[in-house]
Design a protein around this ligand. Structure first.
Ligand code: ADP
Length: 219
């Protein structure tokens, strides 16, 4: 289970972005989190992905209480959550070829030997032409780069996936394709999904359950 209990977080301890957020995600579940721009969804998504330390509250992942975030999070917990952000150009290192972007989590966790087979396999699964793997981010479209970012998020086989407005920059056919990749991955692995967004139609179609921001926070 992924549990966020009484989370207060933000960028200034005296004036947090939100207080007292609660959220529970079960294995295999897809939960949509719907809220207006600026309410704190991305910040909460980053807390759930162990990338941002909350000011208060507890994150529990598969029974382990998380005591360190970002580079202080133990590798086994950090790698159990995959994350995809809204803007692939901000998320992807512009110097890396797409092949290395996808392979990097394997290299960083001592699984370099798997990259030769895993990278083309994942490129195919996310619908990225193999000849794009040699290009750098500025040489591909937003949709192609987001496909690479999704492959990178899934390459370690995470038990949890956080998609923060993953499709907000994309056209409808790329959106449908990427949602289908996530759903196939979930069906195969039983991973749990937290999909953050502002579009009730998309989240309603995509997720088994959708919750509104004002239902999970105190203020
Ligand atoms: P949402 O994802 O719902 O649009 P965010 O979590 O991005 O909301 O932002 C919540 C609040 O935190 C906003 O007021 C935003 O301006 C602020 N914020 C977001 N990122 C930062 C940052 N890196 N530094 C300071 N304030 C930030």
């Amino acid at each position: 289970m992924l549990e966020l209990r009484d989370i207060t977080a933000g960028y200034d301890r005296r004036a947090p972005a939100f207080r007292g957020a609660h959220l529970t995600l079960h294995p295999g579940e897809s939960l949509g989190l719907l809220g207006p721009s600026g309410c704190g969804k991305s910040t909460l998504a980053r807390v759930a992905a162990l990338l941002h330390a909350p000011d208060r509250g507890t994150v529990t992942l598969d029974g382990h209480t998380v005591t360190g975030f970002h580079h202080r999070a133990p590798r086994s917990l950090r790698t159990s959550v995959g994350v995809v952000f809204q803007q692939p150009r901000l998320a992807a290192d512009p110097r890396l070829r797409l092949r290395d972007l996808v392979a990097e989590p394997l290299r960083a966790t001592g699984r370099r030997a798997e990259a030769d087979s895993a990278v083309p396999e994942w490129a195919e699964r996310v619908g990225l032409d193999a000849d794009l793997l040699g290009r750098r981010p500025h040489e591909v479209s937003d949709g192609q780069l987001q496909r690479a970012c999704l492959a990178r998020a899934l390459v370690l086989g995470p038990r949890w996936l956080v998609c923060d407005e993953m499709t907000a920059m994309l056209d409808s056919s790329t959106t449908a394709a990427l949602v289908a990749v996530v759903e196939e991955y979930r069906a195969k692995t039983g991973a749990g999904l937290l999909a953050v967004g502002h579009d009730p139609v998309l989240l309603g179609r995509w997720c088994g359950r959708t919750t509104r921001w004002d239902e999970i926070v105190k203020d």
